[in-house]
Design a protein around this ligand. Structure first.
Ligand SMILES: [Zn+2]
Ligand SMILES: [Zn+2]
Length: 335
């Protein structure tokens, strides 16, 4: 685990090594506090975020019910994009990120959600420091703990154009890749795996993707239901479609209603099938979908990525767990 928790009693000493110059960090914390100081009393679940690109600071915040529409990171990123005056291709990347929230208990976290981590990976290097500033719920909302990690550790195996840096979690998140004979043997040995992959690959043909031209299929199994539940991406003309994993989960919720909490009856495995012909391309769920799977899964939920050739043939299989893809997660147990 690359998460380092820095408690207040040795805050000054450890934060000096967080990878962000101290005057910059002090300014980021000051900026993050401003929206919280104004609004946190009315909205104890609100969160703020500050991005630093080496020159400018970009502040975002979100508060219920608005956080359902725009998250703090997305809000900050939009402002960064709006103010960026540099030419395309010459954009300044984000060098440091902090998020701040009321998180008074030791099991809490102030780090970004999976969707926001995906946004961050678009603008950051894998080694960019990300700090979660946790506040107590005392009248002054004092900082009591800081979670320190990196963009690459938070969102490993992303579909970003930036490769993971050596030594970051993106290099060692427990991904198994099967090709050639190993893939054939695995498909022969594990019938349930083959059924799940076939379901995801077959349904992919029905994906409604007239804009991206990129069809994706998904299939999940959920105990004690053994038949795969499938879904495809469904786009629309305002680019507000849903992803294949989301479609499968929606179908699961509708067709197999469950009165128990999701954690009692979790998603056992989910397979994603898409065209990924490059060796370093992943066929793994995006940030939003990792968060959706987390709602009904758990860290042991198996994630299967079926990498297809353009003609639809399976040539490689990626295999990992949700826990490996979504470290430091925020799930139903946190609310
Ligand atoms: Zn978020
Ligand atoms: Zn997705």
């Amino acid at each position: 685990m690359e998460l380092i928790c820095i408690r207040k009693d040795h805050e000054a000493e450890d934060l000096a090594q967080c990878g962000i110059p101290m005057p910059t960090l002090v300014e980021m914390i000051r900026l993050a506090r401003q929206p919280l100081d104004r609004m946190v009393v009315a909205n104890p679940q609100m969160m703020s975020a500050v991005l630093w690109d080496g020159v400018d600071y970009f502040v975002g915040y979100a508060a219920p019910p608005a956080h359902r529409v725009v998250h703090a990171i997305s809000h900050a990123v939009v402002q960064r994009d709006a103010r960026a005056s540099h030419a395309p291709g010459d954009e300044r990347p984000i060098h440091a990120v902090i998020t701040m929230a009321l998180a008074p208990n030791s099991g809490d976290s102030a780090l970004p959600c999976a969707d926001c981590c995906k946004w961050l990976r678009r603008y950051t290097d894998a080694t960019t420091p990300v700090l979660g500033i946790m506040l107590r719920s005392d009248p002054l909302a004092t900082v009591w703990q800081v979670e320190k990690t990196t963009s690459g550790a938070l969102f490993c195996a992303s579909m970003t154009r930036l490769p993971p840096a050596a030594g970051c979690r993106g290099d060692s998140f427990g991904l198994q890749v099967y090709t050639g004979d190993a893939l054939t043997n695995e498909l022969v040995r594990d019938v349930e795996l083959r059924v799940l992959l076939d379901a995801a690959m077959n349904v992919r043909r029905f994906g409604h993707a007239p804009y991206s031209k990129f069809q994706v299929g998904a299939a999940l199994t959920r105990e004690p239901t053994s038949a795969p539940i499938v879904g495809t991406n469904v786009e629309n003309s305002v680019y507000a479609g849903i992803h294949a994993e989301q479609a499968a989960i929606v179908r699961m919720v509708n067709e197999y209603p469950c009165t128990e909490p999701p954690s009692v009856w979790p998603i056992q495995a989910i397979a994603v099938a898409l065209v990924a012909e490059g060796e370093h391309q992943h066929a793994l769920p995006c940030g939003i979908c990792r968060q959706w799977i987390r709602e009904f899964g758990n860290p042991e939920t198996e994630i299967l990525g079926a990498k297809l050739r353009a003609n639809g043939d399976l040539w490689a299989l990626e295999r990992t767990t949700l826990g490996a893809l979504l470290p430091f997660d925020f799930g139903p147990q946190n609310l």
